[in-house]
Ligand binder design. Structure first.
Ligand SMILES: Nc1ncnc2c1ncn2[C@@H]1O[C@H](COP(=O)(O)OP(=O)(O)OP(=O)(O)O)[C@@H](O)[C@H]1O
Length: 351
């Protein structure tokens, strides 16, 4: 079904397809020791379609990790939920109790691989014991032999040696540990997998193996969709079907990976991606560009565009009221300037 214009304008729908996750106007904040609220996720809305990988890009501190943690619906101080919905299937998980979340959602519907996940494994437990613990909670009808059979089959299908099951974490290389964490985290076939910098701190060969594993999980339908966060632009471009760009707690643009990298609309995306005339092979070493200045302090109420202090094209209009989303074809971006004018400005920069 085609999304209607209003839905797109709210940034709630990006593409036709089977929606597996819908986030509506989500707001979450850190409470500081001085009792101030830092809204690191401030009115985020988006959908994720079955079979798709959605990348999240943005400078350090723009809220990517907070958004991904927030999507689990499970909050530990200093992070708090303020408002909004996280809908998986027919369930708004924010309406569930912590117990319901733990039993019905975490690991089953949504799984999260945090930064440096591989270092979080308890070194005194063999890999099979992590899987047994998960199954005890979620598939109590299975005995130990059945759990081992299931784990062996899963590891073999993912081209991981079943011998790993009888290893301790510190007997595995960094890359193998990371792949093992991913295999364990997805053993219940979650609808959505969130991978936050899953390849950072790995050598190039291990990075490739992790990416292949993630793609295999999708292709073999052990997961239905993925949210992928990385600072590595070429990696994001190659892994993600679509990219959302975050700035100061808001989504400022969403489009296909091709559009975001090579034809950005929002001035923040434009700066973040550097020059749009980048031949693909030249992207290999490219990271997200450093932009002069710093994002606004989220402790304070911000009026107008959050990027205004760093944008090359700021006018008085940018500093007034709330900046609403605009649409251009399948794309949504949060800037009051029309696409034609933006493209003209960017063309002049390159002239
Ligand atoms: N414990 C905390 N207390 C207060 N503010 C915090 C806390 N943790 C993060 N923040 C703030 O929340 C905002 C978003 O941080 P977050 O780590 O989500 O960004 P990020 O885009 O994931 O960065 P990175 O790419 O470095 O992981 C930042 O302004 C950060 O300073």
């Amino acid at each position: 079904m085609e999304p209607n214009t209003l839905e797109i304008a709210r940034g709630e729908v990006s593409a036709a397809g089977n929606t597996v996750l819908e986030v509506r106007d989500l707001k979450t904040y850190y409470r500081t020791r001085l009792k101030e609220k830092v809204f690191a996720v401030d009115g985020v809305s988006f959908t994720l379609e079955e079979g798709k990988t959605l990348g999240i890009a943005g400078e350090s501190g723009c809220g990517k990790s907070t958004l991904s943690i927030s999507l689990m619906g499970f909050y530990f101080p200093p992070l708090h939920y303020d408002s909004g919905s996280i809908i998986i299937g027919d369930t708004d998980i924010m309406k569930l109790s912590k117990e319901q979340l733990r039993k019905q959602i975490l690991g089953r519907k949504i799984a999260y691989i945090p930064q440096a996940a591989m270092n979080a494994l308890n070194p005194t437990m063999k890999i099979i014991h992590f899987i047994e613990d998960i199954m005890k909670e979620h598939r109590p009808e299975l005995d130990k032999r059945q759990v081992r059979e299931l784990a062996t089959e899963r590891f073999e299908t993912l081209n991981l040696s079943p011998k790993v099951l009888d290893s301790f974490p510190n007997e595995l290389s960094g890359g193998m540990k990371q792949r093992t964490v991913i295999a364990i985290s997805t053993i219940l076939n979650p609808t959505v997998l969130i991978a936050d910098e899953p390849t950072s701190a790995l050598d190039v060969t291990s990075q490739k193996a992790v990416i292949k594993l993630l793609k295999d999980l999708l292709a073999k339908q052990f997961i239905k969709s993925m949210i992928f966060i990385t600072h590595e632009l070429p990696l994001l471009y190659h892994v993600a079907d679509e990219i959302m760009v975050m700035y100061a707690g808001e989504i400022v643009e969403r489009g296909t990976s091709q559009q975001i990298v090579f034809d950005p609309l929002h001035p923040y995306t434009k700066r973040l991606m550097g020059s749009i005339i980048v031949p693909e092979h030249g992207m290999k070493a490219q990271k997200l560009a450093a932009i002069p200045g710093a994002p606004p302090n989220l402790k304070h109420k911000i009026v107008g565009c959050r990027f205004a202090d760093r944008c090359l094209y700021t006018t008085d209009a940018c500093r007034q009221g709330k900046i609403e989303n605009r649409t251009s074809g399948n794309r949504v971006y949060r800037c009051h300037v029309d696409p034609g004018t933006l493209k003209e400005w960017y063309a002049n920069e390159e002239a």
